[in-house]
Write a new protein. Structure first.
Length: 216
C-alpha cells in the first residue's frame, strides 16, 4: 500500500516518465519492425546475406546497454536519440530472424500453386508469403517489444526522463529506496505485460485465421 501511495503522491513526475517510456518503446517497435521486416525478407532470399546480418545483429545484442547507449550518446548527444537508436539495434535480431524463419516456413506447395496462377515474385511475397508468415513475425516483434520496455530503463543513465529515473535515483540512497525503486519497476512490468498480451492476442487471432484459410 505504501508503494501505491508513493506512486500516487509522485504522479506529477512519474506520469511524464511513463509517457516518455511508452513513446520511446513505440518508436523503437515501429522502426525495428520496418527495418527488421526488410532485412528478414532479404535474408530469406539470400543465404549469404542471412549469415552476415544475423551475425551482426547477434553481436549487437551482446553489447551491454549501458555501454551502447554511452557510445551512441557521443555521436547523438544525451537524451532520447541514443536510446531510441540503441533499442532499434537491439530489436533487429528477433524481428529479422523471425521474418526470415516465417518466410522460409511457407509450404513449397503453396508457392508452386501461386506460381501456377501466374503471380510474380513480388505478388507472391505480399499476397502469399508475408500473410502466412505474419504470426511468426509478430512473435519476434513481441520479443523485441518486451525487451525494449525493460532495456529502456537504462536510458536514464544518458539523460532520458523515463521510468529508469526513479530506479536510478533509488540506488545508493539510505531512505525510501524500496518505494522509489518499485515506483519505476512496477509500471515497467505492467507496460511489458500489457504490450505482450496485446501482441499475443493479435498473434493468436492471425494464427487461427491462417488455419481457417488453410482448411478451406
Amino acid at each position: 500500500m505504501s508503494t501505491f501511495q508513493y506512486i500516487v503522491d509522485n504522479w506529477d513526475s512519474l506520469g511524464p516518465q511513463v509517457l516518455t517510456h511508452v513513446v520511446i518503446v513505440l518508436i523503437c517497435v515501429a522502426a525495428s519492425g520496418v527495418l527488421g521486416l526488410l532485412l528478414g525478407i532479404v535474408a530469406a532470399r539470400s543465404e549469404r546475406f542471412s549469415v552476415v546480418i544475423l551475425a551482426a545483429t547477434s553481436t549487437i545484442i551482446t553489447v551491454p546497454s549501458f555501454a551502447l547507449f554511452g557510445l551512441l550518446s557521443i555521436f547523438l548527444g544525451l537524451g532520447d536519440p541514443p536510446v531510441i537508436v540503441g533499442l532499434v539495434l537491439y530489436a533487429l535480431l528477433p524481428v529479422t530472424r523471425n521474418t526470415r524463419a516465417g518466410l522460409l516456413a511457407v509450404d513449397s506447395a503453396v508457392l508452386e500453386a501461386a506460381r501456377g496462377m501466374g503471380m510474380s515474385p513480388l505478388q507472391m511475397l505480399f499476397r502469399v508469403q508475408l500473410p502466412l508468415a505474419v504470426p511468426v513475425i509478430l512473435a519476434g516483434l513481441r520479443q523485441a517489444t518486451v525487451m525494449g520496455v525493460a532495456i529502456a530503463t537504462v536510458g536514464a543513465a544518458v539523460g532520458v526522463n523515463d521510468l529508469g529515473q526513479p530506479i536510478f535515483q533509488a540506488v545508493g540512497r539510505s531512505s525510501g529506496t524500496l518505494d522509489r525503486l518499485l515506483s519505476g519497476v512496477i509500471p515497467v512490468a505492467l507496460i511489458g505485460i500489457f504490450a505482450d498480451a496485446m501482441l499475443a492476442g493479435v498473434q493468436r487471432a492471425l494464427s487461427k485465421g491462417r488455419v481457417a484459410v488453410a482448411a478451406t
